[in-house]
Design a protein around this ligand. Structure first.
Ligand SMILES: *Cc1c(COP(=O)(O)O)cnc(C)c1O
Length: 458
C-alpha cells in the first residue's frame, strides 16, 4: 500500500474551541451588525478570518522566547534577528517594526509624497491605504489571468510587464518612488509570482531607474510554488530560491505574522544605506528605537527562529497541501473557487456562487455571513466593502472579483476541521438559489472601512 501524506509535526499543546447553535449564531451576527470582525472569538468555531498572527509557534520558537534579551539598546535578540534576516533574505540593513503596515508606514514616509504613482500587483489593502493616505495612487498591473478564477495558470500573481511599462512611460521617474511586488499576491487569491517575472520586473525597473520593493508577507509560500511549478527549480532548496527571489529587490517590507509564524512582528529590509538611514528617523518616531522597533526582545527571538521554521520544505508542504485538501473538496462539489489554489487560503468566487444577490448589496459579505450562520466558520470578504470608495469620486469601487477568503492559520487546524468547513459551505451551496438579498451600509469609516463597517440586512 502506498503510504499516504501526513503532517510533518505533532501537537504539544491544545486550545479548546466552542461549538454553538444556529439560533445563537443568528443572534450574535445580528448584534455584530453583520460585520464578522465584530464577533467575539468564542462565538466562532473555526476561525478563518486571517492567517495573520494566528499560527502556532513551534517548540523551538517558544524556547527562543525564554532567551529574549529585553535591553533597550544593543540587545542580543536584535542581532539574532539581524543575522537571520541577512541569512534568509540577503538584505544588509533592516529595521524592526511591530507589524507589516508599520513597515509600510515607515518606508512610505521615507519614499512617497503627494501626487506620486506606485505601480504593483494588486496592492494589499493596508499598502493601498498607506499610499492613498499620502494622496498618492496605487496602479494595479496584475496580469489579466488573475481575474479569471477558473483558469488554470501557475503564476497568477505575476506583474503584467506591458501594463507596468505603460505606467513607467506615462509618468516621470520623480513621480514613481517605487514599484511594489507582493509575494504571494494576497488580493488576487494568494497566487504566486514566478522567478522569471521577478527577474523581468527588476530588469525593467532598473532600466527606468526605479527601485523595487517586495511586500513579502508570504515569501516562503511563494518559494514553495516556484520549486513545485517553475522549470529549473525542482532541485533547489526553499532557502536557495528565497535568496534568488530577494536578489531581484532593492528592499522588502514584511508582516512576520504570516510566513515567519509569529503572533506579532514585522520588519523592513534594505540594500540601500541611504534609504535605510532616512527611514531610521521615522522608525524611531513611529515604532521605537531601531534595536527593537515595537517588538520585545523575546518577540524578535521567536521571529528569527520563525524565519527558519517557515522556510523548511516539509512544513511548507504540509501547509500548502492542507489548503489544497480543503479546496479540492469544494471544487469536487462544483463550488467556484480561485484555481489553482493559493498558498494560504481558499478563495470562493462569490459572484458565481450567489448569482441572485446584486453587487450593490455586497455579494461576498453576504456569503461570509451565510457561512458563519451555517457552521460557525468565519471567513472574510475580499470584495466591494474591502475595496473602499474611490477617493476622488466617493463612489463604491466594484472590483472584478467578489471573493470570500477562507484563510488557514499555520499549524493550527486538522484535516477534520477542513472536512467540517467543506460541509458547512456545501450546505450553503445547496440552498444558494434561495439567497436573494444582501446588505446595506449603515455606518463606515473613510478608509479601511471593512474593519468597522455596520450593516443592515435587506
Ligand atoms: C498582512 C499583510 C500586510 C500588512 O501586515 P500587518 O502585519 O497585518 O500589518 C501587508 N501586505 C500583505 C501582502 C499582507 O498579507
Amino acid at each position: 500500500m502506498k503510504l499516504p501524506f501526513a503532517e510533518s509535526y505533532k501537537t504539544k499543546m491544545v486550545e479548546t474551541i466552542h461549538r454553538s447553535s444556529r439560533a445563537e449564531r443568528e443572534q450574535w451576527i445580528k448584534e455584530a451588525k453583520y460585520n464578522l470582525f465584530n464577533l467575539r472569538s468564542e462565538q466562532v468555531f473555526i476561525d478563518l478570518l486571517t492567517d495573520s498572527g494566528t499560527g502556532a509557534m513551534s517548540d523551538k520558537q517558544w524556547s527562543e522566547m525564554m532567551l529574549g534579551d529585553e535591553s533597550y539598546a544593543g540587545a542580543s535578540s536584535y542581532y539574532k534577528l539581524k543575522d537571520a534576516i541577512k541569512d534568509i533574505t540577503g538584505f544588509e540593513y533592516f529595521l524592526p517594526t511591530h507589524q507589516g503596515r508599520a513597515a509600510e508606514n515607515v518606508l512610505f514616509s521615507t519614499l512617497i509624497k503627494a501626487g506620486d504613482v506606485v505601480p504593483g500587483n494588486s496592492h494589499f489593502d493596508t499598502t493601498k491605504g498607506h499610499i492613498e493616505f499620502r494622496h498618492a495612487h496605487a496602479v494595479d498591473c496584475t496580469i489579466d489571468e488573475a481575474f479569471h478564477t477558473e483558469l488554470d495558470y501557475p503564476f497568477k500573481g505575476n506583474v503584467d510587464l506591458n501594463k507596468l511599462e505603460t505606467v513607467l512611460k506615462q509618468y516621470p521617474k520623480e513621480q514613481i518612488p517605487l514599484i511594489i511586488v507582493t509575494i504571494t499576491n494576497n488580493t488576487s487569491g494568494g497566487q504566486p509570482v514566478s522567478m522569471k517575472n521577478m527577474r523581468e520586473v527588476h530588469a525593467m525597473a532598473a532600466k527606468y531607474g526605479i527601485p523595487v520593493y517586495f511586500d513579502s508577507a508570504r515569501f516562503a509560500e511563494n518559494a514553495y510554488f516556484i520549486k513545485i511549478r517553475e522549470e529549473g527549480y525542482a532541485d533547489k532548496s526553499i532557502r536557495e530560491i528565497v535568496k534568488e527571489m530577494f536578489s531581484y529587490a532593492d528592499g522588502m517590507t514584511m508582516s512576520s505574522k504570516k510566513d515567519a509564524i509569529v503572533n506579532m512582528g514585522g520588519f523592513i529590509g534594505f540594500n540601500n544605506k541611504e534609504v535605510y538611514d532616512k527611514a531610521t528617523m521615522y522608525n524611531i518616531l513611529f515604532e521605537g528605537f531601531i534595536n527593537y522597533g515595537g517588538m520585545s526582545g523575546r518577540d524578535m527571538n521567536a521571529l528569527a527562529q520563525g524565519l527558519y521554521d517557515g522556510t523548511e520544505f516539509n512544513y511548507l508542504e504540509t501547509r500548502i497541501k492542507q489548503v489544497a485538501y480543503l479546496g479540492q473538496q469544494l471544487r469536487d462539489y462544483g463550488i467556484p473557487t480561485q484555481y489553482p489554489f493559493g498558498g494560504h487560503a481558499i478563495f470562493i468566487d462569490a459572484k458565481k456562487f450567489l448569482h441572485n444577490v446584486p453587487k450593490e448589496e455586497y455579494i461576498a459579505q453576504t456569503l461570509g455571513v451565510e457561512l458563519y450562520i451555517e457552521g460557525g466558520v468565519r471567513g472574510v470578504e475580499i470584495g466591494t466593502i474591502l475595496a473602499d470608495r474611490d477617493p476622488d469620486t466617493g463612489k463604491n469601487r466594484y472590483p472584478d472579483l467578489e471573493l470570500l477568503r477562507l484563510a488557514i492559520p499555520r499549524r493550527v487546524y486538522s484535516n477534520n476541521h477542513m472536512d467540517y468547513i467543506a460541509a458547512s459551505l456545501i450546505n450553503v451551496f445547496d440552498r444558494r438559489n434561495e439567497i436573494k438579498r444582501g446588505f446595506k451600509i449603515l455606518k463606515e469609516a473613510p478608509i479601511l472601512r471593512h474593519f468597522t463597517v455596520e450593516l443592515e440586512k435587506l
